[in-house]
Ligand binder design. Structure first.
Ligand SMILES: *[C@@H]1O[C@H](CO)[C@@H](O)[C@H](O)[C@H]1NC(C)=O
Ligand SMILES: *[C@@H]1O[C@H](CO)[C@@H](O)[C@H](O)[C@H]1NC(C)=O
Ligand SMILES: *[C@@H]1O[C@H](CO)[C@@H](O)[C@H](O)[C@H]1NC(C)=O
Ligand SMILES: *[C@@H]1O[C@H](CO)[C@@H](O)[C@H](O)[C@H]1NC(C)=O
Ligand SMILES: *[C@@H]1O[C@H](CO)[C@@H](O)[C@H](O)[C@H]1NC(C)=O
Length: 316
């Protein structure tokens, strides 16, 4: 095929490849979105555990019945006390002195999550295998204990890191190295080394676990993700994401159609050029010799596969 056709289609492909992943990366995966929705539900249910709560005491909550297997807990703290004293032991977490929240609130609540058998449903990590359940630690404003749909406070350790000591860690398969995985509030992952066999360290809040790289093929991406009801307030942002996906799909299809059109044009252009060449050759009478068809003579190319036939308008 023609050179110009090939370079043109390469160009279209390159433009498409450059453009497509950029659109994709702006859309968080469905698993991240449903994990966010899960945080909202668990904040609500953890706060329900508070009945005239004392500060510094963990209160275990009960998740909705269709999320059984998840453990939640909530602890109310004065901001000053968190900074000056930390928290010796809050489930698997040890919070050192020097932890601050942003923006500042007078009292805050630390919500603890242990996602148990729901871990892989909400935090899929292709190519890795979990050796421990996902544990979450998230901070919220404590000024209204009936509030729902709260935004997380940003919590940061300024001196020592927050330490997480996992309790039930599966044995590390031979030849694999266990890694700590951290999902931040935007769904970004980061890996760090495991210490003492079952400890991870973090300077920020989020969700944590211990993983190993799995050699087995990762589960099919089509595996169903549990649908978590999105609270009424949180719904607004999803619409624009849906439109971005729809837009990118339509854009992709449009580009494919454009590519097909270009292929058709190039094919027709080539055909016309060839016919033009043949016409010119016929006029010049070169490379054609005369063949007898019936009782008349017709021009025939040496390479012609079909024998020339009489034109319908031929009258003897
Ligand atoms: C987790 O276990 C509980 C029972 O303990 C069950 O009801 C629930 O369906 C399980 N969740 C998943 C995702 O398998
Ligand atoms: C606390 O939050 C609830 C639920 O959003 C709301 O109905 C209530 O008015 C709030 N209370 C205060 C004191 O702001
Ligand atoms: C991941 O963790 C390492 C070590 O703490 C840090 O240097 C790096 O900036 C982190 N990356 C991200 C994306 O947070
Ligand atoms: C993590 O472990 C690897 C190998 O065990 C080591 O080379 C690396 O220095 C460690 N990284 C940190 C930040 O300790
Ligand atoms: C849990 O039950 C509520 C109704 O109580 C429903 O709206 C929601 O879809 C269910 N969530 C899951 C994960 O099954």
């Amino acid at each position: 095929m023609g050179l110009q056709f090939r370079s043109l289609s390469m160009l279209v492909l390159l433009v498409w490849l450059y453009w497509w992943p950029r659109v994709e990366s702006q859309v968080p995966g469905p698993e991240i979105r449903s994990a966010k929705a899960l945080d909202v539900i668990l904040q609500d249910y953890a706060y329900r555990a508070f009945v005239r709560p004392r500060t510094g005491i963990p209160y275990d909550g009960a998740p909705p019945s269709n999320l059984s297997g998840i453990q939640i807990s909530a602890m109310r703290l004065r901001s000053g006390s968190l900074y000056m004293r930390g928290v010796q032991m809050y489930k698997e977490f040890t919070i050192p002195v020097g932890v601050r929240e942003e923006p500042y609130v007078e009292r805050l609540v630390l919500v603890y999550q242990n996602l148990g058998n729901w871990s892989t449903a909400y935090y899929r990590l292709p190519g890795f295998m979990y050796l421990a359940p996902i544990l979450g630690l998230l901070a919220y404003d404590a000024s209204n204990l009936s509030a729902k749909n709260l935004r997380e406070l940003h919590v940061r350790a300024s001196e020592e890191p927050i330490s997480i000591e996992f309790r039930q860690v599966k044995p590390v398969p031979d030849g694999s190295i266990a890694r700590c995985v951290w999902f931040d509030l935007n769904g970004r992952t980061n890996f760090t080394n495991v210490t003492s066999g079952n400890k991870c360290a973090t300077f920020e809040q989020g969700h944590f676990s211990i993983v190993v790289e799995s050699t087995a093929p990762s589960p099919s991406p089509a595996s169903p993700i549990p649908q978590v009801p999105t609270p009424s307030h949180g719904g607004g942002g999803n619409n624009s994401k849906v439109w971005t996906i729809v837009g990118s799909v339509i854009g992709g299809v449009a580009l494919l159609v454009l590519l097909a059109l270009l292929m058709l044009l190039a094919w027709r252009f080539n055909k016309r050029k060839k016919m033009h060449r043949m016409e010119k050759a016929a006029e010049a009478g070169e490379a054609l010799h005369m063949t007898t068809v019936g009782n008349t003579k017709a021009p025939a190319a040496t390479t012609t596969r079909t024998q020339p036939t009489l034109e319908t308008e031929y009258v003897p």
